[in-house]
Every structure is written in structure tokens, then in C-alpha cells.
Ligand binder design. Structure first.
Ligand SMILES: [Zn+2]
Length: 730
């Protein structure tokens, strides 16, 4: 039970936070969802109206000190006595108005209610009455759900989206005190769907000039047109629904379903322009996905939302592969997912499915984390990241790039590989404890990039002339750049250029077709250079699997400390000797012009690092970032044992350093079952010149931390980190 005192404490804390935030944003009143810090979701099933105990559920959610609770309104199944035709009432609803009961109980605890909707499927009676609402295969057949085959997929281009869903939003908005609407599963950031209903055929005929291919294929002119038409429709529906839900309440909000981490096909920059609240439906990981998958999601979302509302859903159930909807996820894994959400500046949204759980182990996991968050809420109100390294988020390359030379169609298995370049740089940065942000490729304007000393470009093969122009301006203004492999070799849709669009910036020219992929090639150390620090005792470094043959075109300021040693057989041992031990082919080009430094690697050192795990390649990337920064001091540093990911934020009350301890045998294969504490972590954080720090506290371990301040630099040592630590400087 929430007590009156708890309620007052929570309310006054959030008022203080809200006041600070609004002072920061030039006194514009911010909508409720812009300042929320904790969300929960009870995802009902059709049978729940028979047994659901409203009071005990709302007591649980109130104990998490939620700002907002997501509750099933309707769409596939209505949990209230709807009168909208073909809006299917739960067959177990009886005389209950379950949504109404839940909404009232939630509001009585002063928690906002967001109606969770589903616009993606409807029943057969709707299919018969409104055949035009549904997606069709080429032969005209509707598309039943793969498991629940009595449900049929609705079409986004139909009036089901514009008229039927709008009618349902209006009915709920008129009857219940709802503060917003969320649609499960739509629009997502994944692949486009190709549908053959009458509406879609007309769109293809009139707007595209033919039926687009079923799979991602940026080489197809029809796919390119469809991509734009599809994005336009998504944004049109999104804006229409935002308008509908604000008809009765100006501060209401429509929330779409995004996510996908770094694996996005739809343009998240454009989605971020329509979204007032970005919800990342990124509930957990499976298989060999690295633990940092949630923090990466946070970085992608931040790159397009820049401090506006972002939530990330954490599945409390076991969303592994296979999935178990009705047992709890390992508590340590759940906690680390929630911790990554908070560290990367997102708002956690804790999610359970079904109103009658037989496994309740998840409840304490969420309550422990959320009550801790609530107790320290002002320190999670971020104003800005204080990283000075940016990683370009290469959205089009991840969506469309087809690695390897030669023509051909997209092969699905290669999708994962388009993120390997970014994963390699990401892992190297975490291991090297370098603080960084993502910057979306469509957000490279000077005022954005000016904040960063260094821009890292992990094989952004597909870049427009405009993207390249902005990178060129950044370098001309003194910024430093690391780029790898095929960066800028293709237009934004993947048409090959005769040379790199950034050839002048890199100081190179491509001289032929891609080489590789092959193992057992090398890079020969030709000269001493800071990027080669720590490689005493070897003349060779592991070579990348793929490379672009290049020649240097730059002036005398160019260093060529590494040359290519081409592939030679790795088996049998008698054959393992270099056929061409020495070449004048550069493997890397390092240039200095004024304050600007540029490093270009002709090979895919990032991807090869990710695939091989070679510590030499990680060190090479880390050394290069340090060299690119030059004499400029990093605004945040962290030294100690262990693999961590760290974030540094300027906050409402001061500053906060977040340390996520990934040092774990389950770092790259879930689930984490226990934590392994790491020892002392020495940190330095740069604060504003007029700021005197009075206190440094570790919020998770609850201890005060001794510190010194020397000018703008504050130094301190965190004795240990078990799962996650947040060090608040005030
Ligand atoms: Zn259609």
C-alpha cells in the first residue's frame, strides 16, 4: 500500500524535478509524459475479466511509485463494453468494465493511465463486413496470425487505421480518464510489409509505378519509392492519431511502438520527428546478443529524441528464445536491463503479461529497482550528455547495405552482419572506457557536431552527398574523424560511386574492387605512431577480413604507419608463409590538418574485431580515438578493472556518472544469473567553470565518496561496483 506520506514525498520530489527541468527549457510548460520517470504495464489476456483482482494489482503498481500505468483498452479485444461495431468485446467480460475499474483505481493512486491498444489484428466478423480493412497475399487471401489463426492482419493503408482505430480512441477518451494511448506492435522500426489488398494495389499503381519487392532491396527503384511512401503513411497515421487523442484533452499523447536497438530499417530520425514520446519495445535479449543491447537502444533513441521522452520496456517474463510468457526472467538480467535503461537516460517501463500469475518472483525485482529510482529521482533528470566522442549511427547502411562485392539481391542472413561494424566500435569503446554518444546520420548539422571533438564512422557505406558535405564541414572546422572500410563509397540508396565521396577528407582514392573476405592477412607496422602504442614485440597486427584497395593522395602531413600483407594459406602448416611479405599498400591513413585529425582504415577492422574478438584490433581502435582527440582533455574518464559501459550526464542537481558492470560470463550470452563485483574505479569528471562540488555520493551502494576538485576537474574513486552504480555530484 502507498501511504499518504509516501505519496506526498513522491509528489514533492517530482515537482522539484519538474521545476528544474522547466527552468532549463526556457519556462515552456512540459507535458506530463516529458517528466515521468517510471512506467508499468499489466498486459491483460481475454480471460482475465473472470478473475482479475483490481485492488491488489493496483497496490502492486503503486508500490513501484509509478508515474504511468499501461492498461489494455482495446483493438483486438475490448476490455470494456464497447459500442463500436466489430470491436470485439472480451468473451469473458460479462457485466464487467474491467478497463474502467482499472483506470479508476489507477487514477485514485494519482498514477496516469495510458490505454494500451492493438491495431494489428481483428476477427473474422470484421473481415466479412469490411474486407477492405485487411492485408492480402498475392492470391487475395487474408493473412491469419501464425499462432492465433482466428485473427487476421489489418492493413495500415486501409480505413481500419484512419477510421476504426480513431473511433475506438474517441470512445475510450470520452468514457475514461485516460492520459494517453499506445499501440502495441505498430509501427515498429523493422522491415516494411508488402500487402496486396485493393488499397495497396492502388498505392503501388498510382504512387510507385509497380509492386515493390517483398524483401529489403535498396537496389530496386520500386523499393526506394515504396520506402518513402510507406514512411509518409506511417507519419500521417501517427500525426492523425495524435490529433484524435488530443481532441478532448490537450495534454494527451499517442505513443507508437518503436525499438529494434541498432537493427532498424525504418528511418528513426523521421519517426522521432513525429513522436512526442518514443517507446522502445526492446524487452530483453536472446541467444548471443551482448548484454549492452539495451544501452545501445538508449543511444539510438537519444540520437533522435535529444532529451525528449523515451521509455524502454523491460519484459519481466522470460523473453528468451524460446520464450516463456508466464515465468520470470532471471532477476539479475532484469535488473541489468532496467539499469541500462536508466543509465542511458531512458525511462523504465516494467511489463508483465496476464492477470493471474503463478510465478510472482518478478514482482520484487521491479519493486526494488523502482523504489530505489524513486528515492533518487532528481539525479535521473538529465540535461545533457558530457561525452566529447560521437559515433555516427549509420541507419541506411544497417538497413540496406549488402556486404561483399558484385550484384545480387538482399540475402536475409546478411542483415545481422550490417551491424557488425558498429558492434566492433561499440565493444572497443566500452572496453576502452571511452564516453560517447550516437549521432544519427540525418542529424550531422554543425550545431550538433560542434559538441564533439571526435566523430567515429563505422563503415557508413551508404551516405548522401549532403551527409558527406556535413562531415567535410565538421573536419574543416577542426573536428577529428575515424572512418572505416567502405564509408561513403555509395549513395544513400547504395548506388556505387566511382570513388569515396569523402576521398578528399580521407586523403585516399579507391583503386579497385573489394578484397576478401579472407582470414590470415596482416597489417605490417612500418613506423612508430601513437595509434600503435602497446604493440612492442610484434611487426605484424591481425589484418581485416575485407578491405578496399587504396592509394594515398594526401600531402606530406599524411602518415602511413601500417601496410597490407595480403592473404596467404593458413593450412596446411607447410604452406603457411607469406607470398608477398611486404607491400606499399596502405592499411591506414592518418592525417593532421590544423586541429583536425583524420584516421581512415581501408579494412573492416571494426567488423573483424567483433567477429574475431582480437584484443589487438580493439587496442588499435582505442589508440586511434585517443590520438584523434589530440591534446584536448577528455571531459570524463574512468579507470579500473572490468568491462563496463559508462555514461556521464549533467543533471538537474549537478552531475551523474553511471557505471554498468558487464564483467560477467553471461556478457555475450544470456541470461546473467549473478553479478561479479569489480574493484576500485577511479573517475574524473569535468564540471562547469563556476561550479563548486559539495558532495559526491554513490547512490546504489548508498555511501559518500571522498573527492577532490582541481579547477573544473573533480576526481574520486568508487570502491567497488556490483551491478550498477550512479555517482551523483552536487
Ligand atoms: Zn494493404
Amino acid at each position: 500500500m502507498i501511504t499518504r506520506r509516501d505519496f506526498l514525498v513522491a509528489t514533492s520530489a517530482s515537482l522539484v524535478g519538474a521545476a528544474m527541468e522547466s527552468a532549463a527549457s526556457a519556462a515552456t510548460p512540459r507535458p506530463w509524459y516529458a517528466t515521468m520517470r517510471r512506467c508499468g504495464q499489466l498486459n491483460l489476456n481475454e480471460r482475465d475479466p473472470l478473475t482479475l483482482d483490481v485492488a491488489s494489482w493496483i497496490d502492486y503498481w503503486a508500490s513501484l511509485k509509478l508515474d504511468a500505468l499501461l492498461l489494455n483498452g482495446g483493438g483486438i479485444v475490448a476490455f470494456y463494453p464497447t459500442t463500436v461495431p466489430y470491436h470485439h468485446r472480451s468473451e469473458f467480460l460479462g457485466s464487467r468494465d474491467l478497463f474502467g475499474e482499472l483506470a479508476e483505481a489507477t487514477k485514485s493512486h494519482n498514477i496516469r493511465v495510458v490505454a494500451r491498444m492493438d491495431c494489428n489484428y481483428a476477427y473474422e466478423d470484421a473481415l466479412k463486413a469490411h474486407p477492405e480493412w485487411f492485408e492480402r497475399n498475392e492470391n487475395g487471401s487474408p493473412r491469419p496470425h501464425t499462432e492465433s489463426t482466428w485473427l487476421y492482419k489489418t492493413c495500415m493503408f486501409s480505413t481500419y487505421f484512419t477510421d476504426q482505430m480513431s473511433a475506438i480512441y474517441r470512445e475510450i477518451g470520452e468514457r475514461y480518464p485516460v492520459d494517453g494511448f499506445f499501440t502495441n506492435g505498430w509501427p515498429s522500426t523493422g522491415d516494411l510489409v508488402v500487402c496486396h489488398c485493393e488499397n495497396c494495389r492502388r498505392v503501388y499503381r498510382e504512387q510507385i509505378g509497380g509492386t515493390p519487392p517483398n524483401q529489403v532491396d535498396a537496389t530496386s527503384a520500386l523499393y526506394r519509392k515504396y520506402y518513402d511512401v510507406y514512411m509518409d503513411r506511417v507519419l500521417d497515421v501517427w500525426r492523425r492519431w495524435q490529433q484524435v487523442v488530443t481532441e478532448k484533452r490537450a495534454d494527451s499523447v499517442y505513443v507508437g511502438n518503436l525499438g529494434g536497438g541498432i537493427r532498424t530499417v525504418k528511418n528513426v530520425k523521421r519517426l522521432g520527428e513525429a513522436a512526442r514520446w518514443f517507446n522502445a519495445d526492446h524487452q530483453g535479449r536472446s541467444g548471443d546478443t551482448p548484454i549492452w543491447d539495451c544501452a545501445q537502444q538508449g543511444r539510438v533513441a537519444q540520437s533522435v529524441m535529444e532529451g525528449r521522452a523515451i521509455t524502454n520496456v523491460t519484459g519481466a517474463y522470460s523473453n528468451s528464445r524460446p520464450t516463456w510468457r508466464h515465468v520470470s526472467k532471471a532477476p539479475a538480467e532484469t535488473t541489468m536491463w532496467l539499469a541500462q535503461t536508466a543509465a542511458s537516460g531512458m525511462v523504465p517501463w516494467f511489463h508483465w503479461l496476464g492477470g493471474a500469475p503463478e510465478d510472482t518472483r518478478w514482482k520484487a525485482v521491479g519493486r526494488d529497482f523502482f523504489t530505489w529510482l524513486a528515492a533518487h529521482e532528481p539525479h535521473f533528470r538529465n540535461r545533457r550528455s558530457i561525452a566529447d566522442v560521437a559515433v555516427l549511427y549509420p541507419q541506411r547502411t544497417i538497413a540496406f547495405y549488402r556486404s561483399g562485392p558484385g550484384p545480387g539481391t538482399w540475402r536475409g542472413a546478411e542483415r545481422a552482419q550490417t551491424t557488425d561494424y558498429l558492434q566492433g566500435v561499440y565493444y572497443a569503446l566500452c572496453e576502452g572506457r571511452i564516453f560517447f554518444d550516437f549521432v544519427h546520420e540525418d542529424d550531422l548539422q554543425a550545431e550538433r557536431l560542434r559538441r564533439y571533438r571526435v566523430l567515429l564512422i563505422p563503415n557508413a557505406a551508404f551516405l548522401s552527398d549532403d551527409h558527406c558535405g556535413r562531415i567535410r564541414e565538421y573536419v574543416a572546422a577542426g573536428g577529428s574523424v575515424l572512418a572505416t572500410f567502405e564509408t561513403s563509397r555509395y549513395t544513400e540508396w547504395g548506388d556505387a560511386r566511382s570513388d569515396f565521396a569523402l576521398a578528399d577528407v580521407f586523403g585516399v582514392s579507391a583503386t579497385g574492387e573489394l578484397v576478401g573476405p579472407t582470414g590470415n592477412s596482416y597489417m605490417r607496422i612500418e613506423a612508430r605512431h601513437p595509434v600503435l602504442a602497446g604493440f612492442d614485440g610484434t611487426a605484424l597486427l591481425p589484418g581485416p577480413e575485407q578491405r578496399v584497395p587504396i592509394r594515398a593522395t594526401g600531402a606530406a602531413s599524411t602518415s602511413l604507419p601500417l601496410t597490407v600483407v595480403p592473404y596467404y594459406p593458413a593450412f596446411p602448416p607447410e604452406m603457411v608463409f607469406p607470398r608477398t611479405p611486404k607491400t606499399d599498400q596502405p592499411a591506414a591513413i592518418l592525417r593532421e590538418t590544423g586541429r583536425s585529425r583524420v584516421a581512415y582504415f581501408a579494412g573492416d577492422v571494426d567488423r573483424t574485431f567483433w567477429r574475431s574478438g582480437s584484443p589487438d584490433l580493439a587496442l588499435l581502435i582505442q589508440n586511434t580515438v585517443k590520438w584523434l582527440r589530440g591534446a584536448q582533455r577528455a571531459p570524463a574518464t574512468l579507470d579500473g578493472e572490468g568491462v563496463v559501459e559508462a555514461f556521464a550526464w549533467e543533471t538537474g542537481p549537478g552531475y551523474a556518472l553511471h557505471i554498468l558492470n558487464y564483467t560477467n560470463p553471461n556478457m555475450t550470452r544470456g541470461f546473467i544469473r549473478k553479478f561479479y563485483a569489480i574493484g576500485p574505479q577511479k573517475a574524473q569528471l569535468e564540471v562547469a567553470s563556476e561550479r563548486r562540488i559539495a558532495s559526491v555520493r554513490a547512490l546504489r551502494s548508498g555511501r559518500s565518496v571522498p573527492f577532490t576538485q582541481n579547477g573544473t576537474m573533480v576526481s574520486f574513486e568508487v570502491p567497488s561496483v556490483t551491478d550498477y552504480e550512479v555517482v551523483a555530484l552536487t
